[in-house]
Design a binder for this molecule. Sequence first.
Ligand code: C2E
Length: 350
Amino acid sequence: MAADIEVLLRGPKAYGLARRAMEAMEAHNVWPTPLNFELWLHYVADADTPLGKAIAGTVDKGEAFTDGLGEALAAQHLPSAKLNGELLTAGDALSKELDTVSRAIESARESSEAYGEQLATASQSLGSSTPPAVKAMVDSLTSATQRVQRENQALEDRLADTTAEVTRLRKHLEAVRREAMTDGLTNLANRKAFDEALDRALQAADVSGEPLTLAVLDIDHFKVFNDTWGHQTGDQVIRYVAGVIARSGAEPRTAARYGGEEFALILPGEDVSAALAILESVREEVGSRMLKRRSTNQDLGMVTVSVGLAERLPGEPQGSLIERADAALYASKRSGRNRTTRAEMISAAA
Ligand code: C2E
C-alpha cells in the first residue's frame, strides 16, 4: 500500500517530509513539477512500497528520472491517475452496453408495433359472425400490445436520458485524458502521448507502406542556461523552442516534449530528405531570435538546438527507431551542436 500522503502532509512531519522530497529531487536532477513532487513524497515517506522501490531502482541504476518515467509511474501507482484510466475504460464499456440495450429495446418496440398493426388488421377483418369470445380475445391482445408499446417507449426515453448523461461524463473524462496527455509547460504532447502516437503512426505506415521519419531535438547548453538565468527563464526557453516546433507539427505530425529539454517530431509520410528540410528550417528559426529575460529585459542570447533524424527501416520496431534518432542527435551534439544529423550518416561512418 502507498503511504497516505494527504494525511502525512497534514501531520507533524509534513515540512520535514516535503523538504526531504525536494532535496532528493534536487540531488537526482529531477524537475520539481507537481507530479514529480507527489511521486518523490511517496518515495521519501516509504521507500518499501512498490512505487518507492521503482524510484529507488531508477536512482540506484543512475538512470535519469524523465517526465515519461514519472508519468508511467503515476499511471501505475498513484490512485488518481490510475482511476482516470479505469473510469474511461468503464465509461467506454458502459456506452457500448447502453448502445446494445438501446438497440434491443428499439427492435422490441418495432416488433410489438408490427404485431399491434397485424392485430388491428385482424380485428377489423372480423365479421359479425365471429364468436364474441374470439373478438374479446383479440381486443384484450390489442390492449396488452399497446401497453407493451407504451412501456417500451418509456424505457427508450429513460435510456436516451441515461445515454446523454454517459455521453456528458465521457466528454468530461476525455478532457481529463487530453490533459493527462499534454505537457503542462508547453502544451505539446507529453511522453505518454508521444509513445502512443508513434505506435499508431508505425502501424499506419505498415499498412500504407509510406515512409515515416522521427526527429529528436535537444536544446544546446540548456543546463548552463538554466544555471545562469534560473529555472523560470529556463522554462521560457523551453516554451520558446516548443512554439517553433509546434508550428511545424500540425496533423498528421505529432510534436512532443520528450523529456526536460528534449523534443520529438513524428513525421508520417516524410522520407528523411523531406524531414531534413523541415527540421533545418525549425533549427534555423530557433536560432534566429535574440531572446530577452522578461523580468529585466536583459539579452539572453540565442538559443540553438541539435537534431537527430531517423527514417524508419522496413518493419523496424519503435525502440530501435528511437535509438537511432537519439544516436543521430548525440552525433549532432558531439560534432559541435546547432546541426541536424541523419542516422544513416552515422551508420555509414561506423
Ligand atoms: P508567451 O509569453 O505566452 O507568448 C506567446 C506568444 O505571444 C509568442 O509565441 C508570440 O507569438 C507572442 N508574443 C508574446 N510576447 C511578445 C512580444 O513581446 N513580441 C512579439 N512580437 N510577440 C510576442 P512564441 O514567440 O512562439 O513564444 C512562445 C513562448 O516562448 C512565450 O510564451 C514565452 O514563454 C517564450 N518566449 C519567447 N520569446 C521569449 C523571450 O524573448 N524571452 C522570454 N523570457 N521568453 C520568451
